[in-house]
Design a binder for this molecule. Structure first.
Ligand SMILES: [Mg+2]
Length: 319
């Protein structure tokens, strides 16, 4: 394997735009703007667990950073910096070049400086850590939902799960749905602008990485509340994309990899939220209500109760 120093110098060193000291010393030096708090998150991607081993490396580079930026978006934080640790089975320079093309495309799109990296030999494993800033006391937390709040979801949850199902041969999508579903799976768009716009408006937020019901469950637990969801209010993109209504519903409710934001807000915020949707040209859909409770989640369709737990436990890597 080429030396670690050569790999870092060749692939991970690019000019920075807002960093006091980036790659090249023992550590980076970062300066926060006055009144800002640092938000830090890390999310590891392991071949075979989080992505298929033959995934296009450029798409993987984008996704590796994008899924981490999604966590910052869910906090209402503005991404600023990232460091990336990479384990590679061998020194495949072509793979690394392509991976870094996607990684730096995502970094440029969201104004993130890459300020450190580490490479080592091992099973393919990608581990970014991202750093963002948020004004003091304005971060969006999972713990702020109140009974009576509306529950909102951004974008079109379920498309990434359908894209994966297609690649695994579990369904056959036709154009143009296939293009949309593969884009959602391979080039997720972290909802950074939405997260920032929701500061002071949303009462709680989380990004949907493991599935809508599962991630809503985390928010409910942290807020010590329950929820009632209405299936007929949900975005229809997944059911329009797929001829199999059961698979479409499973991907909508339990498919991972969506990276949409799920958030709660008082009903008095509806007009503000609709104007954010218009300004960002991003659909924001109210899908239910927070109720008193201890994390319990009810899923209704035309007044009939559906088994939420069955959809929540859906494993998108199951055969
Ligand atoms: Mg998250």
């Amino acid at each position: 394997m080429a030396s670690e120093f050569a790999l870092i110098a060749r692939h991970f060193t690019r000019p920075t735009s807002h960093t006091e000291l980036g790659v090249g010393d023992d550590g980076a030096i970062l300066e926060l703007a006055a009144g800002m708090r640092l938000v830090v998150s890390t999310d590891m991607l392991v071949a075979g667990t989080h992505f298929l081993a033959d995934t296009d490396p450029e798409a993987l580079g984008w996704k590796t950073l994008a899924v981490n930026l999604s966590d910052l978006a869910a906090m209402g934080a503005t991404p600023r910096w990232a460091v990336v640790a990479v384990a590679l089975p061998d020194a495949d320079e072509r793979w690394l070049t392509s991976f870094c093309t996607g990684l730096f495309a995502c970094a440029a799109a969201f104004d993130v400086d890459l300020v450190g990296g580490d490479t080592t030999r091992g099973p393919l494993n990608l581990c970014p850590t991202v750093f963002g800033q948020v004004p003091a006391a304005q971060a969006l937390l999972r713990s702020g939902a109140h009974p009576g709040d509306d529950i909102w979801i951004s974008g079109s949850p379920g498309l990434a799960g359908l894209g994966l199902a297609h690649l695994q041969g579990r369904c056959k999508l036709s154009e143009p749905a296939l293009t949309d579903c593969l884009a959602a799976l391979q080039r997720p768009q972290p909802r950074v602008a939405l997260g920032a716009a929701l500061r002071g408006i949303a009462s709680a937020a989380i990004d949907v990485s493991d599935g809508l019901l599962g991630d809503l469950g985390h928010l409910l637990e942290r807020s010590a509340v329950g929820a009632v969801l209405q299936l007929e209010l949900m975005p229809e993109a997944a059911s329009r994309a797929c001829a199999d209504p059961d698979l479409a519903r499973r991907c909508l409710l339990g498919g991972g990899d969506d990276y949409e934001l799920l958030f709660t807000a008082a009903p008095s915020r509806r007009e503000q939220i609709r104007s954010i949707a218009a300004r960002l040209t991003l659909p924001l859909t109210a899908i239910g209500e927070i109720v008193e409770g201890d994390g319990g989640l009810r899923l209704l369709r035309a007044g009939q109760e559906l088994p939420a737990a069955a959809y929540r436990s859906y494993d998108h890597f199951a055969p």
